[in-house]
Every structure is written in structure tokens, then in C-alpha cells.
Design a protein around this ligand. Structure first.
Ligand SMILES: C[S@@+](CC[C@H](N)C(=O)[O-])C[C@H]1O[C@@H](n2cnc3c(N)ncnc32)[C@H](O)[C@@H]1O
Length: 237
């Protein structure tokens, strides 16, 4: 490495630390995973070639939500933005069921019409981001990510210096990255990590959820418990 070469951050191993399984699944949830999920799943091949073409409906742009939890935000976004294709990613089974439960009525797991602008990715979102064609995302949502507040767990946080070049490759210039968190350590971490990079510029920082940001379960919990969320918009330069 020469003096002119910027030091690249150490790579973070692709390992997921959060839970993938929670409560045992009820029959309806099992049917959603067995029957509905395959109807909505984004394949690795489509992700790597043309994610926009993978949606059953025509979409003008593609957005990605990382870690949708119960799916409140993803579901509201697809309803409010029918011209946009949303890839909703989550690894926690009960969360995946929760979004699928909003999408199809009981008994319609195999047959109910599906939203034409929703696809699911149920593996690590970082793997998807790495495989997407350059500039294929117009917007990325990271709502209340797992905070991993202990310093020795910092490498588990989604916001990390090592993922920024990968995000910057996948998000088109001018594209938007929204981050919300209520965790004070993560808030400081966002300020630190994003303050030390030039791939994204800060558009806004709010203490009240801006218009066009549907709420989530974790946000509601944070507000109930008296924590102050922060909402950032970053733009890919
Ligand atoms: C604290 S929860 C927040 C859920 C939701 N966004 C909300 O605000 O209610 C974070 C979620 O991110 C998911 N998650 C963590 N790392 C992920 C990854 N690399 N890819 C996809 N999902 C991930 C977890 O399974 C968990 O459900």
C-alpha cells in the first residue's frame, strides 16, 4: 500500500448473530413459509442479473428494506408506492410470517393474488447487496437495526465501514439511504462511521419521523419506553 492508497476497513465476516427462529410456528405460519414464500421469493439469479425484471408488475425503480421485522414498514411502502418494486429482506422466521400474513388472507396461501411490487429475500441482506448489479437500488431502508451496543460486538452492526463501498456500488448516484435507530450507542456509531466517509452525504437528520416513513414495531416500542429515535436520510453522491 502506498501513502496515497486509503486504508480499507477490515472485512467483516458474513455471519448472522441474531435469531432466525422464535416461537414454534402455527399451521398458518408454516403454510405461509411453505406455500406463499416460494411465490414471492427473489432468486439469487434474478437478484444478480436484473432485480427490476423479477417483479411480476412493471416497476420504475427498486428499493430494499434490510431487516423488515414484522413487515409494517415494507407493507405500507408497497401500498403507498405501487410503481416501485420493493425487496423486503428478513432472516427471522416469525417476522417473515408476519409480513406474509399481511399479504395473503387465511386459506389463500397458494392462490390469493400477490402484490405485484413485492419480493422477499430471506437470507443475509449483505449477500444480496453484494450480488446486485451496480446502481440497481434507488432506495435503502434500515429501520431500527439490531443495536449490538457492546463495543466488542461493533462488527456485527449493519452500519459498518466495510459495507459502505458495497452499498455505494448497489445504490445509484442520487439514491437514498434511510436509517432510523433509537439506540444511543448506535446513534453515536452512525455519526462516527458516516462522518468518516465520502460516499454518502447527509440530507437530513430528524427527531420526529418524517412524512413518508411508515412506523415500525420497534419504533413504537422505543417510544413507549421513552427512547428518542433519530431518522437520517443519506444520499449516494
Ligand atoms: C431490531 S429488529 C427491527 C425490525 C424492524 N425494522 C422494526 O423497526 O420493527 C432488526 C431486524 O433485522 C433483522 N436482520 C439483522 N441482520 C440482518 C441481515 N443481515 N439481513 C436481513 N435481516 C437482518 C433481524 O432478524 C431483526 O428482525
Amino acid at each position: 500500500m502506498t501513502d496515497e492508497t486509503p486504508a480499507s476497513p477490515p472485512p467483516v465476516p458474513d455471519r448472522l448473530y441474531g435469531r432466525r427462529r422464535g416461537h414454534p410456528l402455527r399451521p398458518r405460519q408454516q403454510a405461509l413459509l411453505d406455500v406463499t414464500l416460494p411465490r414471492l421469493r427473489l432468486s439469487a439469479e434474478a437478484a444478480a442479473t436484473s432485480p427490476a425484471a423479477a417483479f411480476p408488475g412493471a416497476v420504475k425503480e427498486v428499493w430494499l428494506e434490510v431487516g423488515f421485522g414484522g413487515g409494517e414498514h415494507s407493507f405500507a411502502q408497497i401500498q403507498a408506492n405501487p410503481e416501485v418494486g420493493l425487496i423486503a429482506s428478513e432472516v427471522f422466521e416469525n417476522g417473515i410470517c408476519s409480513l406474509l400474513n399481511k399479504v395473503v388472507p387465511e386459506g389463500g396461501e397458494a392462490t390469493a393474488p400477490l402484490p405485484p411490487n413485492l419480493l422477499l429475500w430471506t437470507e443475509d441482506a449483505r449477500r444480496l447487496i453484494r450480488s446486485l448489479p451496480e446502481g440497481s437500488l434507488s432506495r435503502l431502508f434500515l429501520m431500527f437495526p439490531d443495536p449490538w451496543p457492546k463495543a466488542r460486538h461493533a462488527k456485527r452492526r449493519f452500519v459498518h465501514p466495510s459495507i459502505l463501498p458495497e452499498l455505494a456500488r448497489a445504490i445509484r448516484p442520487g439514491g437514498e439511504w434511510r436509517i432510523a435507530t433509537d439506540d444511543p450507542t448506535y446513534q453515536d456509531w452512525v455519526v462516527e462511521v458516516m462522518g468518516n466517509q465520502a460516499l454518502f452525504e447527509r440530507v437530513s437528520l430528524d427527531l420526529l419521523r418524517p412524512e413518508g416513513w411508515p412506523g415500525t414495531r420497534y419504533e413504537a416500542k422505543a417510544l413507549r419506553e421513552g427512547r428518542q429515535p433519530m431518522y437520517w436520510v443519506w444520499r449516494r453522491v
